[in-house]
Ligand binder design. Structure first.
Ligand SMILES: [Zn+2]
Ligand SMILES: [Zn+2]
Ligand SMILES: [Zn+2]
Length: 349
């Protein structure tokens, strides 16, 4: 993540709605990917502080009504919701239990993932009209009043479904222990599921890319249901996955290997950008040479883990990247980055 500054000069953060130093409202402009200090405009909306241009913004309706979003909508667009909130198909029932809090956490993680996609110049709608969308659902294990008995987090036909209870830290931690996972976060879920959305346009639709994919990740035509059954049946006595896969779950099926590797790629990009922006490490050029940024990541992830151990908290990156996994990350990078280079070029034209 980049660093942001209020018009008053104080540092502000991606999630902020106000500057704590000068109290002025802030909003994230997804067009220019910047956090903007806002002043009231003549038309009743807002404009960027110091820029008395005709273009005005208003707040996303999910900020006005529920305080769960800090993104902006161009007033001229005539839309109530920001580009991230417009993708919501189902939100949790807000009168129920902790759902307002859980939804706010889901939206925060979702926006950070959408920021990844916008930064990479990836489309939120594919050429065949499939649009990325989200459903945040409860099941009867948490709420006996809902109709669904079991909601699995997953992706189908452009729609990412997240079980709302994954936003409850105690529940997610218990599931992580139960599944013997090293890492389980909301942001990880969003990044993982976004990979399934882009598999077709970035890999399957291009024969050369698909051939290379199969050489690295295996043949995705392998039966998915049987692969999942096999994966869950051997849990506890699991065959060795280290060295060949970035995580245990990645070993379940080539599609999941792609999704796990893609999620790690987004984790690495974001964290390296943050470390570079704060001058913790020299900023590696993540638009180009994967050897360079993977090496930088190996160094930085060790530092991050050690810093967390000093605070008595878990390793944020409890993974080792083998050469094969680095090759898979490099493949993801090459599939994702040409678009970001194009996007950067068009943004500067
Ligand atoms: Zn300020
Ligand atoms: Zn919004
Ligand atoms: Zn998956």
């Amino acid at each position: 993540m980049k660093r942001f500054f209020c018009a008053c000069g104080s540092p502000v953060f991606f999630e902020n709605s106000y500057c704590l130093a000068c109290s002025r409202p802030l909003g994230f402009d997804p067009e220019c990917l910047d956090l903007v200090t806002l002043e009231r405009g003549a038309g009743g909306g807002y404009h960027a502080a110091g820029e008395h241009t005709a273009s005005e913004y208003h707040h996303c309706r999910n900020r006005i009504e529920h305080d769960v979003c800090n993104w902006l909508v161009p007033a001229a667009a005539g839309l109530d919701y920001c580009v991230a909130c417009r993708l919501n198909e189902v939100i949790p029932a807000l009168e129920s239990g902790k759902n307002q809090l859980l939804w706010a956490r889901l939206e925060a993680a979702k926006r950070r993932m959408i920021f990844d996609l916008l930064t990479l110049g990836l489309p939120l709608q594919l050429p065949d009209s499939v649009t990325l969308s989200f459903r945040f659902l409860e099941d009867q294990r948490q709420n006996p009043n809902v109709s669904e008995s079991f909601v699995a987090t997953g992706h189908m036909g452009g729609t990412i479904t997240i079980n709302t209870t994954e936003a409850d830290d105690s529940v997610r931690h218990a599931v992580r222990e139960d599944m013997q996972e090293r890492y389980r976060t909301l942001l990880g879920h969003f990044r993982h599921e976004s990979a399934h959305f882009y598999f077709y346009p970035l890999v399957a639709a291009e024969p050369a890319a698909l051939g290379e994919f199969r050489g690295l990740f295996g043949d995705e035509r392998e039966g998915y249901a049987a692969a999942m059954e096999r994966y869950y049946s051997v849990m506890g006595t699991r065959v060795t996955w280290q060295g060949r896969y970035v995580s245990a779950y990645a070993s379940s099926h080539p599609w999941e290997d792609w999704a796990e590797t893609w999620a790690h790629y987004l984790h690495i990009r974001d964290t390296l950008e943050t470390a570079g922006a704060w001058e913790v490490v020299p900023a590696p050029d993540t638009t180009r040479d994967s050897d360079q940024w993977i090496d930088a990541w190996m160094d930085l992830s060790v530092i991050m883990n050690e810093l967390n151990r000093s605070m008595g908290t878990d390793d944020p990156y409890p993974f080792v990247l083998s050469e094969l996994v680095a090759d898979k990350l490099s493949f993801v990078h090459r599939r994702a980055v040409p678009r970001s280079a194009d996007a950067a070029a068009s943004a500067t034209r």
